[in-house]
Design a protein around this ligand. Structure first.
Ligand code: NAD
Length: 254
């Protein structure tokens, strides 16, 4: 039997690099998905690409009703929810701390922190109805170490680890497991944006500088992140809760 057989997973940020890879991974391993993203056209394109085992909705994760609507869609389409990948996030503006405005902070925290908090709030009752389940929140290596120019992003990803640990302690007795996925630099759109913002016109130089600090000598990819998230969502990880899981090519090893 495939490891996601009969599993129904809600995915936010599914139209992006990592979320899309996880949606494909779940279906390839026998499960079904309710996907979401902020762009309506991208969500319908993804649902078409994934086929009959997927449904989808465009949402703003910082809106409580949108999170509820996504969970309701998953339950009404597939009858149950077993897991959630709360993965939507934005990098925000790369700028010195003193140049980050209140709006910059609010925008990043609304998506990266409140989006995940509201996603958990909506999905936990559904997981209870299913008799338990697994939540994976996408934090980052920026959840465990600082990065110049990215203070709102770094603070939001640290905050997620506190939220994850609190919820893991609170909901373990209800068989709900909660962990974070902590990718290092991923070879996708978000890193291209961070590289370009860090040194306009010189993105390749920024990439080289990051790469020299990664023991594997390269960025990780979307599929490597999805494989870890998928494992945590599966029953193979039935004893795993309250932890952070780096997929960073060794970046945090020093
Ligand atoms: P991406 O930009 O390709 O995907 C981001 C996704 O989030 C998209 O589907 C987008 O529609 C969705 N989203 C953004 N704002 C939203 C909103 N307000 N409401 C609903 N959906 C919204 O980037 P990605 O690399 O796939 O990022 C996925 C997660 O991984 C993010 O939380 C990101 O912070 C984290 N992460 C990425 C990297 C990296 O190097 N790319 C490293 C560490 C962590």
């Amino acid at each position: 039997m495939s490891i996601m057989s009969e599993k129904i997973v809600v995915i936010t940020g599914a139209t992006g690099g990592i979320g899309s890879a996880l949606a494909h991974w779940v279906i390839e391993h026998g499960g079904r998905v309710a996907v979401s993203g902020s762009d309506t056209q991208k969500v319908s394109d993804l649902v078409r690409e994934l086929g009959e085992h997927a449904c989808g909705l465009s949402v703003d994760v910082s809106n409580e009703a949108d999170n509820q609507a996504l969970v309701d869609l998953a339950e009404s389409t597939f009858g149950r929810v077993d897991g959630a990948f709360l993965n939507a996030g934005i990098e925000g503006r790369v700028a010195p701390f003193n140049d980050q405005s209140d709006d910059d902070w609010e925008r990043v925290f609304n998506v990266n922190f409140h989006g995940v908090r509201l996603g958990a709030k909506a999905v936990i009752p559904a997981l209870k109805r299913a008799g338990g389940g697994s939540i994976v929140m996408t934090s980052s290596v920026a959840g465990v170490r600082g990065a110049p120019g990215l203070s709102p992003y770094v603070a939001s990803k640290h905050a997620l680890i506190g939220l994850m640990r609190s919820l893991a302690a609170e909901y373990g007795k209800e068989a709900i497991r909660i962990n974070t996925l902590n990718p290092g630099p991923v070879d996708n759109r978000m890193m291209r944006s961070i590289e370009e913002q860090s040194n306009p016109g010189q993105a390749e130089i920024v990439k080289q500088a990051f790469t020299t600090r990664i023991p594997l000598g390269r960025y990780v990819n979307n599929q490597e992140c999805a494989a870890m998230a998928g494992f945590l969502l599966s029953d193979q990880a039935s004893g795993v809760t309250g932890n952070t899981f780096m997929v960073d090519g060794g970046y945090c090893a020093g």
